[in-house]
Design a protein around this ligand. Structure first.
Ligand code: FES
Length: 102
């Protein structure tokens, strides 16, 4: 088993029933997962993984993505451009300040 050094958690709005119903899902968060996966490969970020989660309880700022162990909480992750900026910053060892939830 490979344990990633960086783990990206993208909200998929899943509820207890297993149905995605929330804001992040409605704003297309699940469409981003394939792009993030392919970017991690393309950038050679072998020590990073991405997973879909249930509601992260910040719906009004969604789609939400959290990166551990850095504890970066991002909002508005709804386009490839935003993902690119966040991954650029991650590669540079910093947060993408523009999208950080405060
Ligand atoms: S549905 Fe994504 S934070 Fe609530």
């Amino acid at each position: 088993m490979i344990k990633p050094d960086k783990h990206l958690f993208l909200c998929g709005s899943f509820r207890v029933s297993g149905e995605p119903q929330g804001v992040c899902y409605k704003k297309g968060a699940l469409n981003m997962i394939q792009y993030i996966e392919s970017e991690l490969v393309e950038r050679g970020m072998k020590d990073a993984a991405v997973s879909i989660t249930g509601c992260l309880k910040a719906c009004d700022r969604g789609p939400i993505m959290v990166i551990y162990p850095d504890n970066y909480w991002y909002g508005g992750v709804e386009s490839e451009d935003v993902v690119d900026e966040i991954l650029d910053a991650l590669e540079e060892g910093r947060e993408a300040e523009k999208y950080i939830l405060k």
